[in-house]
Design a protein around this ligand. Structure first.
Ligand code: DX5
Ligand code: ZN
Length: 215
């Protein structure tokens, strides 16, 4: 399987959002990564359903929704109705993670679980077979354009081994600080999905940057 590339809309120019959506539609990208921040789980607020409605209408590729919010279980149905294809909740925000994973699946979406840099992958061992995708945060969530945390490479390798050992169908997504240096090494370590915000949108030729990532 070739690496899935998911540009993060968080770094788009919201003054010309439809233009940036169209750029991703035309590019080699596979998914739209959609970062939802509530100012409580993370120290930043991003955007909500009005932007999701625009994405649902204009995006021609699946929406990969990353919920950096407390009590995500309250909003699963709404995000599913707003066109999410995958919904990732944070391990650190879910008291009843197994229940929430199945709530996502029952809503018709793929279930993702994101973990912060300090969270051990061993905490997902009991429910890994139920998880469609694990998102390893390679920065502390809340902002685009942060520096990649090097420890992530070994975390990807260990997670890949766990997935193989359990014969789980789980994809590994990496979120934060992905670029032309970290990306290839992450793929060599076992990553399946690369999220990129700043690297794509600060590029003078985002279409070419996405095409290079895809290669
Ligand atoms: C960070 C977000 C990321 C962010 C990545 O909290 O979850 O998806 O957009 O941005 P870059 O690629 O700029 O690190
Ligand atoms: Zn994200």
């Amino acid at each position: 399987m070739s690496t899935i590339i998911a540009p993060s809309i968080l770094s788009a120019n919201f003054g010309q959002l439809e233009k940036d959506i169209e750029m991703i539609n035309q590019s080699a990208a596979d998914w739209f990564h959609v970062d939802i921040m509530d100012g409580v789980f993370v120290p930043n607020i991003s955007f909500g359903f009005p932007i999701l409605s625009i994405l649902k209408k204009k995006a021609t590729k699946p929406l990969d929704v990353h919920l950096m919010i407390v009590q995500p279980e309250k909003y699963i149905t709404s995000f599913a109705e707003h066109g999410a294809s995958t919904i990732s909740v944070h391990y650190e925000a879910c008291t009843h993670l197994h229940r929430t994973i199945h709530q996502i699946k029952d809503s018709g979406c793929k279930a993702g679980v994101a973990i912060n840099p300090h969270t051990s992958i061993s905490l997902l061992e009991e429910c890994i077979s139920d998880i469609d995708m694990i998102c390893l945060m390679s920065v502390n969530p809340g902002f685009g354009g942060q520096k990649f945390i090097e420890h992530t490479y070994s975390k990807v390798e260990r997670l890949k081994n766990l997935i193989l050992q359990k014969s789980a169908p789980t994809l590994i997504e990496i979120d934060g600080g992905v670029n032309d240096v970290t990306g290839p090494r992450l793929v060599a370590s076992g990553a399946d999905v690369l999220v990129a915000g700043n690297y794509v949108f600060s590029s003078s030729d985002p279409i070419a940057t996405i095409a290079n990532m895809k290669k």
